[in-house]
Design a protein around this ligand. Structure first.
Ligand code: AMP
Ligand code: MG
Length: 322
């Protein structure tokens, strides 16, 4: 199947999942289950992964899925109530789905990724903490082919103007539209050439990106605007459409390795909008290493023009993470 057809399939999958997430966000505000790694997960994370997985399996059954979630906790008898809620949510899109089909659809996401063949890369709700706060989050879906991201789709249900979808195909540019309509509008990064006039974005969560370090970088670059703090890959979207010129993701601790689903879609959308994305040392993001960006540390995304200057400021202010 051609990338354009796969991009259309991915957009459809993201739209369906984002619709259910938007519906559920108000109702479950603040309710989550804590995973083994202490991160929160909601019934909407599971439902979104199942909906995307079922949609992709119907359109391109041969392509495996690397998904953030798995159903092992949900299959547990203790979580029967949550399991039933997840199935009800999935039935909003797939009315005939059985409980077993939903659990198996979630568990299709166990693929290990890697350098060969094609695989989808899904974060069903990126920015779960933003989702729980009633803020920004994204349904993020990429397609990796021979270790390269070739399709990226971001559904951002709470992003202005009225919920926004972004889509990119490698070599084909990046486009945007509202979440419910065909996406036709090309986007481009900002043309800002003066770092001091640039706006930068970063995580709301200080545990995900070092705010004190970014403040030092901003001072060094002469940036005076307050950081634009926004959860999820909406940061990549902000750079891709020129709302901000810089996205800094600065490691807060030694040993944290970025997950491919936190970056694949956003990376391609920024790149295709004319921007540049590397790690904090300037190395390209390597999506061929499995489920993690094993060879990278942190992320710097910019409009391209400012990239080298920002990397130099990152390097000059670098203090080893504690
Ligand atoms: P954001 O909304 O940009 O803050 O990022 C949300 C993502 O941060 C989640 O999907 C997690 O996978 C990821 N995350 C969790 N812990 C860390 C950490 N210590 N450093 C960087 N990212 C993290
Ligand atoms: Mg995530």
């Amino acid at each position: 199947m051609q990338y354009t057809a796969l991009a259309t399939l991915a957009e459809d999958a993201v739209r369906q999942a984002a619709g259910v997430c938007g519906w559920v966000q108000d109702q479950i505000a603040g309710r989550s289950i804590t995973k083994d790694d202490k991160s929160p997960v909601t019934i909407a994370d599971y439902a979104a992964q199942a909906i995307v997985s079922l949609t992709l399996a119907a359109g391109a059954p041969e392509i495996p899925l690397v998904g953030e979630e798995d159903a092992s906790d949900l299959r547990d008898g203790a979580h029967a109530g949550h399991r039933a809620e997840v199935v009800q949510l999935v039935r909003r899109v797939f009315p005939k789905a059985t409980e077993l089909e939903v659990m198996n659809a979630i568990d299709r996401g166990v693929h290990g990724g890697g350098p060969t063949g094609r695989h989808w890369v899904l974060d069903p709700i990126d920015g779960t903490k933003g989702f729980l706060r009633g803020g920004q989050y994204a349904v993020a879906l990429g397609l990796v082919d021979e270790g390269e991201v070739v399709v990226g789709v971001l559904g951002c249900p709470n992003l202005d103007p009225e919920g926004t979808l972004f889509s990119a195909i490698r070599g084909g540019g990046a486009r945007t539209g509202t979440i419910d309509t065909p996406i036709t509008t090309p986007i481009a990064v900002s043309t800002e050439a003066e770092a001091s006039s640039a706006r930068f974005c970063e995580s709301v969560e200080a545990a995900h990106s070092a705010h004190d370090w970014s403040a030092s970088i901003a001072t060094r670059l002469g940036v005076t605007a307050e950081p634009y703090r926004i959860d999820s890959q909406c940061k990549y979207a902000a750079v891709a459409r020129g709302d901000a010129a810089i996205y800094l993701r600065l490691p807060t601790r030694k040993g944290y390795v970025e997950k491919i689903w936190d970056h694949a879609a956003g990376y391609l959308i920024v790149t295709e909008a004319g921007g540049r994305v590397t790690d904090i040392k300037g190395a390209p993001l390597d999506f061929s290493r499995g489920r993690l960006l094993e060879l990278n540390r942190g992320v710097v995304a910019t409009n391209g023009r400012l990239h080298d200057e920002v990397l130099a400021a990152v390097s000059a202010t670098h203090t080893p993470a504690p």
